[in-house]
Design a protein around this ligand. Structure first.
Ligand code: IMP
Ligand code: MG
Length: 174
């Protein structure tokens, strides 16, 4: 059986969408001090592509959340494994994620970063499994809405595998 049932987005399609999102962000944050906060590990690929397309000067930070449980299903408990390392008080902060599923991870990170008193706090995600949402989260920048399928590649994993794929594929479950 093939590992992947379909290639959802190829490199060219992803690059065009990243360019479009970066253009919107560049316009919206022109003249502002922007801090991109990458959600480890899944957003490293998206973050590194996105930041190189943003024309405004950006600072970068990293935060790591971990949900205990299954590699495929989201779990209820989100814990912070690594917090950001600099003061974001009065700065414009944009959380960068590759995929939002139930919204629990983003909701938790929003609350943690909001306590640090940023000037503004928004999120960008490349993919949104909107039909799976359990918690309402404000996502200003969204690349593609996708159906409820488990995807890998472009930073996203299944049991730590497939993060290095340059495209996004739907995983076949045996
Ligand atoms: P949420 O807290 O349910 O929104 O889950 C978000 C996190 O679950 C993402 O940042 C990913 O790490 C992981 N995740 C959700 N759906 C997928 C998927 O289809 N493939 C790979 N990881 C996923
Ligand atoms: Mg994972």
């Amino acid at each position: 059986m093939d590992r992947f049932s379909e290639i959802l987005f190829n490199e060219q399609t992803i690059a065009a969408k990243v360019e479009e999102l970066a253009g919107r962000i560049s316009r919206d944050y022109a003249g502002k001090e922007l801090v991109l906060v990458c959600i480890l590990k899944g957003a490293v690929t998206f973050m590194s592509d996105l930041m190189r397309r943003i024309s405004a000067p950006v600072a970068i930070e990293f935060i790591q959340a971990s949900s205990y449980g299954d590699a495929i299903l989201s779990s209820d408990s989100v814990i912070i494994k690594r917090d950001i390392g600099t003061d974001i008080g009065n700065k414009h902060v944009l959380l960068v994620d590759t995929i939002v599923d139930t919204g629990k991870t983003l909701d938790c990170l929003f609350k943690i970063l909001a306590e640090k008193n940023p000037a503004s706090l928004n999120a960008v995600t490349l993919l949104d499994k909107k039909t799976r949402r359990a918690i309402k989260v404000p996502i200003v920048y969204c690349g593609f809405e996708i159906p409820d399928k488990f995807v890998v590649g472009y930073g996203m994993d299944y049991g730590e595998k497939y993060r290095n794929l340059p495209y996004i594929a739907v995983l076949n479950h045996e």
